[in-house]
Design a protein around this ligand. Structure first.
Ligand code: HEM
Length: 125
């Protein structure tokens, strides 16, 4: 765990776990998102924990487990419309709030994820 990373600043593995739990709790009941996610979100959440750990500067757990992220390519099988992008970001915003992520980290994280979410869109409405 390198000092000075976003990962460390927000509280490491505990913070990531809270964010991911809150994210999939919301995704699992969001009418725009339910149709494209598996019923059982356990494995999805596990992969997201690995990804966000490395995305925020922590250990490269995702790459060790899954290889290069290539996230846009991994999302191509799913129709990600602007509406679904907004829904995903709303779920994440609630998760960051519930996890108690403090400013300025919360806004910095949300901005970074907003750019990534835009990159995942692959289908018009
Ligand atoms: C996987 C939807 C944005 C990271 C998935 C899956 C869906 C999905 C349906 C497959 C779930 C599964 O099979 O387990 C969406 C939608 C997004 C979005 C609708 C809206 C823009 C993002 C963003 C990130 C992200 C912004 C990164 C911060 C991941 C990761 C996986 C994943 C790491 C697992 C990939 C793997 O199989 O290793 N997403 N996603 N997604 N998503 Fe997203």
């Amino acid at each position: 765990e390198r000092p000075g990373t976003m990962y460390e600043a927000i509280g490491g593995a505990d913070a990531i776990e809270k964010i991911v739990d809150g994210l999939y709790k919301r995704i699992g009941v969001h009418p725009d998102l339910v149709p494209i996610f598996p019923d059982d979100l356990t494995e999805t959440a596990r992969k997201q924990r690995l990804f966000l750990t490395q995305f925020f500067g922590g250990p490269k757990l995702y790459t060790e487990d899954r290889g290069q992220p290539m996230l846009r390519r991994r999302h191509l099988p799913f129709e990600i419309t602007p509406t679904r992008k907004d829904a995903w970001l709303l779920c994440m915003d609630g998760a960051l709030e519930e996890a108690g992520i403090a400013e300025p980290y919360r806004s910095a994280i949300f901005e970074k994820l907003t750019m990534t979410a835009h990159h995942m869109m692959n289908t018009p409405e």
